[in-house]
Design a protein around this ligand. Sequence first.
Ligand code: BMA
Length: 325
Amino acid sequence: MSIKVLASELPNIPWQERPAGCDRYIWRHTGNPVIGRRPFPGARSVYNSAVVPFNGKFIGVFRLDYEEVLPAIHIGHSDDGLIWKLDEKPLPFLSCPADKRETEYGYDPRIAKIDDAYFVHWCNGYYGPTIGIAKTRDFKTFEQLENAFLPFNRNGVLFPRKIGGFYGMLSRPSGPGHNAFGDIFYSASPDLTFWGRHRLVLERGASRWQRTKIGGGATPIETSEGWLTIYHGVMDTCNGFVYSAGAMLLDLDEPWKVIAKKAGPILWPETDYETVGHVPNVVFPCAALVDSATNRLAIYYGAADTHIAVAYTTVDALVDEIKKG
Ligand code: BMA
């Protein structure tokens, strides 16, 4: 192990060794999907969700689609990061804190721990999708901040510390529907309220698997080689979009600069639970757990807009692949 990961140790990170005969640097949890259809009555699917270590166990924010396909965000608890108990009541977020209006919808949540607070951020319905942010320390009470951007924007992904004195966020400016465009931008903020200094990070179209749109995925992981950044890329086909996961390294001080990028996807829809579901052919990463003692990495991703799955690799193996291009 040569790469330094600037994160806490996580001895209880979910983990399985690479199976015998596996010829890739990343492999799927054998018990996938870890959360399946109908997590509780009235909910049809759970996917595109984020988890973090919390008080020696794990906590997560989950995208639940109800039977009528309205998405909302629910808390979930787990002892081992694999078996989850989801709250049946959604988090009471607002579409805009100043308006005090209930959110139209909330989906694709992420969590970043910055200093000693957790920031849940998600795609928040306010005249179209934008990025909502809420701060918590205990996942019981939340202080909702202003939306980060004007609609339409998706896939806000906060960095886990200030960079050059500013909070940083990746996002994908978009349109109101399932637009066939999207690139990754970086924005900075002194206070998590006012955002500016917008910079292009990566444009779609670099290769076929991500030719239609790309967006942030997991909270970037700080390493001695740069910010290890797992993202999603989308291609159009004759029969709809295909979503895959990609990986790149961003500059530690100027994270809009790509140091290196894996040319191909690291994970793409192959299994039944990724190719069959509400939306077939979707692998959508939203979180990654890391143990800085072993550099083990557990990547959480939504599968086919229906389930949640986990894949394993190590920081060293992934960075090595990224550097190969
Ligand atoms: C995007 C979002 C994601 C979803 C994806 C594929 O626009 O809705 O949550 O996973 O489409 O359906």
